[in-house]
Design a protein around this ligand. Structure first.
Ligand code: SF4
Length: 273
């Protein structure tokens, strides 16, 4: 069985940067607290904890007033609370997410009603919605928007097909629509390559956290083409999956450490001899 690995899989620029900033911060003083997991990967978060980067779910749980903001960004009200309470803040918001936040601010200042396209529960979306200051909404199928001027901002990890679909639903509801395309090219590359691999291979393996939105999206894309499996670690692989397969493709989300992908490749190579 041939094993093909996507060239663009694993940590993206924003995740690498967030981890680098967190490690630099704990080198000075330990620990530092992350409001929510620094990256959406359970195994990586456990490793970071050993190094002094601790995940908490509320400001109250932060014991030393040192906090890192994840690559997904944060709601501006929460940021303001941290500032008022004199926290030492390491801002690891990905510059591309920051750009999307600025676009939401700009649209609001220009008088648009903002529609954000993305996952309701995702921290990036919660943050973006905060910048809309109550004059925005998250797109969903049932949404009936009646505003003359609508501004649109997508989640950085959104699938382009879903973006196009959402736009086609928004357009008839306004006389003016201003769209910022904030989909990150790292996402575009990963999805494009995953599609290509899935067309070529008999089985697809997608490596990454089950709580990672972009990994789940890669899995959804792959399974449109071929039998696909979303796994967090190499131990989950079953030989049964490859009974009649001559080739397997491997891709990984933007929050998957390289070592986890290496272990999967190693396991599959062992299975194929
Ligand atoms: S996917 Fe793109 S926007 Fe999102 S964190 Fe990574 S580099 Fe930043």
């Amino acid at each position: 069985m041939k094993v093909y690995r996507a060239r663009h899989g694993g940590f993206c620029f924003g995740v690498k940067r967030a981890i680098r900033l967190a490690l630099e911060a704990v080198r000075k003083v330990k620990p530092i607290y992350s409001l929510g997991p620094l990256i959406h990967n359970r195994l990586a978060v456990e490793e970071l904890k050993k190094k002094g980067i601790i995940t908490v779910n509320s400001i109250r749980a932060i014991k030393n007033k040192r906090v890192i903001i994840r690559s997904h960004g944060i709601n501006p009200e929460v940021l303001e609370q941290l500032r008022k309470k004199d926290f030492e803040i390491v801002d690891a918001t990905c510059p591309r997410v920051r750009r999307a936040q600025r676009f939401v601010e700009r649209l609001i200042n220009e008088g648009y009603y903002v529609v954000i396209i993305g996952e309701e529960d995702h921290p990036e979306i919660k943050g973006l919605l905060g910048y809309a200051q109550g004059r925005g909404v998250i797109f969903n199928e049932q949404l009936r928007i009646r505003h003359r001027r609508i501004g649109v901002v997508p989640q950085t990890t959104l699938d382009v097909d879903h973006f196009n679909y959402a736009i086609s639903r928004i357009l008839p509801n306004a006389t003016e629509v201003k769209i910022y395309n904030t989909i990150c090219h790292e996402t575009v590359l990963r999805i494009k390559e995953a599609k290509k691999l899935a067309r070529r291979c008999d089985v697809m393996i997608v490596v990454g956290g089950k709580n990672s939105a972009n990994t789940t999206r890669l899995y959804e894309v792959c399974k449109r083409y071929k039998p696909s499996y979303h796994i967090e670690s190499a131990e989950e692989i079953s030989g049964e999956w490859f009974k009649d397969a001559e080739s397997v493709g491997i891709t990984a989300g933007a929050s998957t450490p390289k070592i986890q992908v290496d272990q999967v490749v190693k396991r599959l190579k062992l299975l194929s001899v």
